[in-house]
Design a protein around this ligand. Structure first.
Ligand code: CTP
Ligand code: CA
Length: 225
């Protein structure tokens, strides 16, 4: 047997993972973003590859190194991320960890916005981005197991339960992202999550993101048996 062969439970499975923030252009030099670091999603990609999966990691703009054995597709915007997910199908599992920007500027400027000298401030008209997770759940090529994440600052489990139903995912993994910038799950190295599914809630206590990733990927492998 190969070393580690006993734990290669995802051999032959294709796992698509989104990670990181998206950037939504305001003009050629400015964008709307969020504090997602991509660390949790990259750690899940690494853990899945270690368990033998073929992994497609669709990464928003982050500087993290590509985990060994992972196929990485870099994107900037939510709409590019949605297209990349479609191009990655078919898949056995999708894990949508990305903190997708909910809104983009309706009509991004093609030239840099300039102060006009009168103190007039340019308005930014926002429109909603496509919901990549909900779209995938409704897709005829829906992977067998679709896992979403939920970033919440209050009422974490109830909000995750309503997202589970609204989006049609199999699991929603909720994390509490309250806490001051610099002292938060978003951008930090540790996480505590609640795995919410139709059969209940399993809570994984605070641990380094790679340990949370391994625990999640083990549960994914078990769910496919
Ligand atoms: N998601 C997505 N596409 C979007 C917004 C979110 O695929 N346009 C996915 C995220 O990757 C995550 C899940 O949906 O897996 C939940 O994201 P979250 O931001 O918590 O939920 P929203 O539905 O955007 O609700 P809100 O931000 O208002 O809480
Ligand atoms: Ca959101």
């Amino acid at each position: 047997a190969l070393p580690g062969g006993a734990s290669r439970l995802l051999l032959g499975r294709h796992v698509v993972i989104t990670a990181g923030p998206t950037h939504e252009a305001i003009d050629p030099v400015r964008y709307i973003a969020n504090r997602s670091s991509g660390k949790q999603g990259f750690a899940i990609a690494e853990a899945a590859a270690r368990m033998g999966a073929q992994v497609t990691l669709i990464a928003g703009p982050v500087q993290l190194p590509t985990p060994p054995g992972v196929t990485r597709v870099n994107v900037e915007s939510a709409r590019q991320m949605a297209d990349a997910v479609q191009s990655a199908l078919p898949a056995d599992v999708a894990v949508m960890v990305a903190a997708v920007a909910d809104w983009r500027v309706a009509d991004a400027a093609t030239q840099k916005l300039k102060k006009d000298g009168t103190g007039q401030i340019p308005p930014l008209y926002l429109v909603e981005n496509p919901d990549i997770l909900a779209g995938l759940c409704a897709d005829p090529r829906r992977p067998r197991l679709v896992v979403g994440f939920a970033a919440e600052t209050q009422d974490v489990i109830p909000h995750a339960q309503s997202k589970l139903i609204r989006k049609g995912a199999d699991w929603i993994i909720a994390n509490d992202v309250s806490g001051a910038p610099g002292n938060s799950v978003m951008g930090g190295d540790r996480n505590a999550v609640h795995i919410v599914s139709a059969s209940g809630v399993e809570s994984l206590p605070d641990a380094p993101k790679p340990a949370i990733a391994s625990a999640i990927v083990e549960r994914i492998a078990r769910a496919l048996v």
